[in-house]
Design a protein. Sequence first.
Lengths: 320, 429
Amino acid sequence: MSDITALGVQPAERVFARSRFPLHIAVFLAPALVIYTVFSIYPLVDTIRLSFYSGDETGARHFSGLSNFYTLLTDPAWSGHFWNALKNNLIFFSIHMVVQNGIGLGLAMLLSLPRLTGGSVYRTLLFLPTMLSVVIIGFIWQLMLNPLWGIAEKILDAVGLGSFFGPWLGQESTALITVSLISVWQFVGIPMMLIYAALLNIPDDLLDAATVDGAGPFSVFWFVRLPLILPTLGVVSILTFVANFNAFDLIYAVKGALAGPNFSTDILGTFFYRTFFGYQLQVGSPTMGATVATAMLIIILIGVLIYLFGVQRRLQRHTF
Amino acid sequence: MRPLHAKNLVRRAGQMLATVSVAAAAMAFANVAGAQTLTIESWRNDDADVWNSQIIPAFNKKYPNIKVQFKADPPTEYNAALNARLTGGTAGDLITCRPFDASLDLFKKGQLLPVNDVQGIENFSDVAKSAWSTDDGKTTFCMPMASVIHGFIYNKPIFDELKLTPPKTVSEFHAVLDKIKAHGKYTPIAMGTADQWEAATMGLQNIGVNYWKGEEGRKALIDGKQKFTDPAYVQTFAELASWAPYMGKGYQAQKYPDTQNLFALGRAAIYPGGSWDVPIFRKQADFEFDAFAPPVPDGASKCYISDHTDIALGINAKSKSVEAAKTFLSWIASSDFADIYANSLPGFFPLSKEKVTVKDPVAAKFVGWRATCDSSIRNSYQILSRGTPNLENELWNVSAQVLNGTMKPEEAAKKAEDGLASWYAPHKK
């Protein structure tokens, strides 16, 4: 029992004297660092490592340098799909930037109107789709747009626009736009909430002062509110960019991994899935898949860096 | 007092851990000594009911000590999910095998065991085994289970109403389609292109065997003696393209379940499909339906059918109960199983040499074509889908495009041939 008591009465100064190293910092950092390393940094580094290898039919792997990247960018069987997926991804992203963030901004403006009744109800309803499973979103929209038994055509008919209806999800010319708009519908709540929060942060004094100075509602928006929420718009843009270039689930749920018709809805995520896991008779290739994943990482990294050095650093922040 | 408390706690936790691990070890031991559990990996999620309520109980009557679990993924996700589980070491004991290269690839990686020594393998012909054997034919790695036959299912009341008879030739087929279309009430052909595989499997492979003369054309394609740009293949694409005006409104966005519903609700007259749809329509359609074989081109004397070796069962090399798995495979090869399988899932035809009576009349009709027509399998499955671009995926793509009208039959044939020629030596000439 004596050793236990000795431990218990150990003088406090001695503990401090012994550990010069700020142990508590390490302790506080450890959980995040360990989890982040195990689940994020290690897989990332290992994926990059894997992209430098190639496998043979027995499953054995050998180092092959940059040959996978060379194949991806120059072999027509690969590069065609890669550039097509990148192009579609850029279209997917621009639709989100313009439509999703535009509508999000508009909705946030409406929500922040001072005399709005039931604001919290709208807010909840508009945010609701974001919380739904993507499988449900895909299913509901496919059902609504279904040319055989969907309600979209009947609704258009009712307002005299029935002739505009088409099998939008099945045509090469419209499938990507349709899927993008479904995704916009689902995620419009996120930019709306972020911008709404930023708008609420603007002190009323500033808006009142502008009004007293003779600014109309448009000028107040354009010269006072918009500059003040620019940092938030920047964050929204970069979030959209990263989310869109990682997107996969909605396209997979609606169009499958072959992202038809004729790969018109194929984005980097679905291209990666087909390459890594294989599809039907196509046998998956982990090494080639890792190459596609690394290419995606580089693309996202370039985008983020452009934002960081080109935009983020020039933004002026205001604190009130 | 507090440190004492802490130390006690640690000790107690240690004791508890020890107890738990002993218990776990004991349980694991009991597991080995008593009943063994086999898990089957499958993509036939539609059949889970039949496995659980009929097939597994029948097996357990004979072997009560082996417990069997049927675990299915959706068909399109199966290959990816299975590969991930096999690599991660969490896959089940018995693996449902896709035909040809997908399974050959697993065998070459050492993830499947050879089944040459499993009792019952002698019940299968070389053709039945070919889909799950190495290229030299020496090693078989999955026990063949069933094949599916392509054909056209039609709505009998509609045919009676319009006084139509099942067509035998292509021109008769088109005459029937024209009559249904002129009548206006029903969609002549229930098929969509949104899933793409429908166009390739129920369309191209279904009717194609009559053009490229079954095995003759399939083997010539593998040897490089025929090309997709040859007339037989272009004609198949052209015939497929001619279906477009007879398909439902907005067929470009119509998926496989939509197609099945369209037919099962009695709104479409003809369903190009396969025998595997019979059990589904037995359940869903409340009208009488029947089937006719793919119409032969005018002037052709012989008919061919796509009698595709589709399902087999193999053993996971990492399985802990290989002996039990082998017992199960032997039972799969027996006539007991063939009988239950053929009749609980009409439309899946056992491949074993044992005589089996198919009781479902429509399924029996499908299997009856084996007597009058020559059987072949889908031409993209053996060897030709090994490279990049993947021929099967290419055929899905171009078949759907031909039906969507975004590609001409000649262009489709050229794209398939170009893709194949880019990596397959016999086609490079």
